[in-house]
Design a protein around this ligand. Structure first.
Ligand SMILES: *Cc1c(COP(=O)(O)O)cnc(C)c1O
Length: 378
């Protein structure tokens, strides 16, 4: 997604020095409306970790969004932005009991679990709260899979929710996350099939679940086209119909990347261009931002950002792209070199597009003395 005119004007007039992220709130607003339109029957819980800038949280809170949070600090950020406790979910399956208690004291009544051990913590610290159990997905089709770490197999989810009910909790529903930057529309269909089987197994015991949390995964455009929100909405609606017939439960979605990814652009500067041998045909281009300055999702070259320079009309050649720190892991694209203009020069500015999500939150505090990624929300 190209930089908006507002972002370009901001960079041209303010000329911030050093690498920085600029986020255009108009794009976030459009994204929120597109989700509302594509999934009119689902409640939207913005995944705060994607970008917790207060301006973004305030905008979304005012538009009626709910929030998916992972820590007490994120709960407080959402509340400070104006979200009431009943629009906040504590969606991390890995919580300290005292953090559950703190969230409960703040009024939070919705918690994620994926094992009986976590259910017991919630039952003690947040009596009577609603819980949903996360089921595993394989993450196939996602560029940034979240598989294995979170969720349990559907058969275990039945035990977890039965246990929740026995301990006086509200066994509310099932959640899943199909993997981030998911471009395979059938991923939701498979996960919804699993969710429905958990509903059916518990219904036989008289436990009636009411909600499916369909997580995030909605992609943003990097170099390749991705299906539009409308296509996701249709695929999800069709899958809900197929698996739940005319008894479609309440649904939640938790977009992070899809809400803010295309709203932000990072401005960076070329620090050095060099070769390792005279006859190398691949140049090394070092920027003033790398994996530790906010571009962590280039790990394993998973996310490939569009990079724009003022010389893009000139002939290009393959480059290894690296960050500025003294760590050899701080190389972003090497296995698949990045084509950049032969005329690119030390000191040139480059724009890294589609960087509104998972950049400021991933930037280290001061690795090698480089300051955390600055952000301007306009
Ligand atoms: C990170 C996360 C999200 C957001 O995922 P995206 O792929 O960025 O949309 C949603 N839900 C949960 C539980 C998460 O951990």
């Amino acid at each position: 997604m190209a930089a908006t005119q507002r972002i370009l004007d901001f960079l041209a007039t303010r000329r911030p020095s050093g690498p920085c992220l600029v986020v255009d709130l108009d794009v976030v607003r459009d994204n929120y409306r597109a989700f509302e339109k594509a999934l009119p029957d689902s409640r939207i819980y913005y995944a705060v970790k994607a970008n917790p800038a207060p301006e973004i949280l305030r905008l979304l809170a005012a538009m009626g969004s709910s929030f998916d949070t992972a820590s007490v600090a994120e709960v407080e950020m959402a509340m400070d932005a104006g979200a009431p406790a009943d629009r906040i979910s504590f969606g991390n399956t890995i919580k300290k009991e005292r953090d559950i208690l703190r969230a409960y004291e703040l009024g939070i009544r919705l918690f994620a679990v994926d094992c009986v051990e976590e259910v017991e913590k919630v039952a003690r610290a947040a009596p009577g709260a609603s819980v949903f159990c996360r089921v595993l997905t394989d993450g196939a089709g996602a560029e940034w899979p979240l598989s294995r770490k979170f969720g349990c197999v559907p058969a275990m989810a039945v035990d977890v929710l039965r246990h929740a009910k026995a301990l006086g909790l509200d066994a509310y529903g099932v959640s899943f996350h199909v993997g981030s930057q998911q471009t395979d529309l059938t991923a939701w269909d498979r996960a919804l099939g699993d969710a429905q089987r958990v509903f059916a197994a518990l219904a036989e015991e008289g436990i009636v679940l009411r909600m499916v949390n369909m997580g995030g995964g909605f992609p943003t455009r990097y170099l390749k086209d991705v299906p539009a929100a409308q296509a996701y909405g249709q695929a999800i609606f069709d899958a809900l119909r197929k698996h739940f017939g005319n008894r479609i439960p309440e649904t939640i979605v938790e977009p992070g990347r899809g809400m803010v990814g295309n709203a932000g652009v990072i401005k960076s500067e070329v620090v050095l261009i060099a070769k390792k041998a005279d006859n190398d045909n691949v140049r090394w281009v070092y920027l003033d931002i790398g994996k530790f300055g906010g571009l962590a999702e280039t790990m394993d070259e998973a996310i490939r950002y569009p990079i724009v320079t003022a010389r893009d009309a000139d002939e290009k050649s393959p480059c290894v792209l690296a960050g500025p720190t003294c760590d050899s892991a701080d190389v972003m694209y090497e296995k698949t070199p990045y084509p950049l203009p032969l005329s690119l020069t030390i000191g040139d500015e480059v724009l890294i597009e589609g960087t509104g999500a998972y950049t400021t939150t991933y930037s280290a505090v001061a690795f090698n003395g480089f300051e955390p990624l600055r952000s301007y929300v306009i």
